[in-house]
Design a protein around this ligand. Structure first.
Ligand SMILES: Nc1ncnc2c1ncn2[C@@H]1O[C@H](COP(=O)(O)OP(=O)(O)O)[C@@H](O)[C@H]1O
Ligand SMILES: [Mg+2]
Length: 274
């Protein structure tokens, strides 16, 4: 079953009349992870934001979005807001932007859960604490009382993953969730995403330009270029038999990087990593 279907999505800028997404159709199978890859500016973020109508008002869109078979393209703003978070949870590149800088981070988690569930204060506290522990955030109470700027980027991303765990959404959309992190935090956050999928078995769209992570995480890969989907297939097929010149280029660049890495670091480390 497809948990999400996007049919003939078009997005354009009303100020300049520029077409940003030409005519995209794709689907996400229930329980699977779809990676979107492609160079910067190819339309990955605009595509994902269009699903929940989160693009800026100057970007208009057409086409159908079906969530669990329900066409949500014509829902009112109020109705679509209810779907955000509860049904589709977005985790963005910069964890800092998700939190209000003037509140301690616990406020955002409590408010989000209170908005979507009729849980008591104690239940909310329990859900948050256990979700935070499961993403290896120690001393949940202390962390919840910190302001966003007092936490590292990696911790903020793990807070967002904890929130997703508590919300148990139908779909998680992660838009380059590790790009802004240092290497060690990247490793930890990717690890938490992998565990999240194992634990919730939830459906996920994962945007990343790290093809190593994509290969580990995704069942299917969709390649975008200039606002168009140029190739889509199962992850292993895309990596072993890319069809489009651009995909071949992406995969071979990765290979070259790998070969270089191997030469520099020796084979041992690479085996330990894979
Ligand atoms: N709010 C906006 N107004 C006008 N153009 C935008 C806006 N947001 C994104 N774009 C344009 O849409 C294109 C795709 O952007 P984006 O989806 O962010 O790319 P990606 O996520 O693949 O790096 C880019 O050319 C970008 O400049
Ligand atoms: Mg982007």
């Amino acid at each position: 079953m497809n948990i999400l279907e996007v049919n003939h999505l078009k997005v354009w800028d009303v100020n300049s009349d520029k077409k940003i997404i030409q005519d995209s159709s794709f689907h996400l199978e229930s329980g699977s992870c779809l990676a979107i890859v492609g160079e910067s500016g190819s339309g990955k973020s605009v595509t994902c934001r269009a699903i929940m109508r989160l693009n800026s008002p100057s970007l208009h869109q057409a086409g159908d979005v079906l969530l669990k078979g329900e066409n949500i393209s014509n829902l009112s703003t109020k109705e679509i807001r209810k779907k955000r978070g509860r049904n589709v949870c977005m985790i963005l590149q910069n964890g800092m932007s998700a939190f209000d800088p003037s509140c301690v981070v616990g406020v955002h988690l409590r408010e989000t859960l209170a908005e979507h569930f009729n849980w008591s204060k104690n239940e909310i506290e329990r859900k948050i604490t256990s979700a935070m522990e499961s993403v290896m955030l120690k001393n949940p109470r202390d962390v919840m009382n910190k302001y966003p700027h007092q936490l590292s980027g990696g911790m903020l991303q793990r807070m967002m993953i904890a929130l997703a765990i508590a919300l148990e959404p139908d779909i998680i959309i992660a838009d380059e969730p590790t790009t802004a992190l240092d290497t060690i935090s990247q490793f930890e956050v990717v690890d938490q995403f992998i565990k999240l999928r194992e634990r919730l078995g939830c459906s996920m769209i994962f945007i990343s330009h790290d093809l190593g992570v994509v290969r580990k995480m995704a069942d299917d890969v969709m390649v975008m270029k200039n606002g168009e989907i140029i190739e889509r297939g199962q992850t292993e097929t895309i990596f072993s038999m890319p069809q489009h010149e651009y995909t071949k280029y992406l995969v071979s660049t990765r290979k070259v990087l790998n070969d270089h890495f191997k030469r520099v670091m020796g084979e041992g480390l690479l085996v330990a990593q894979s």
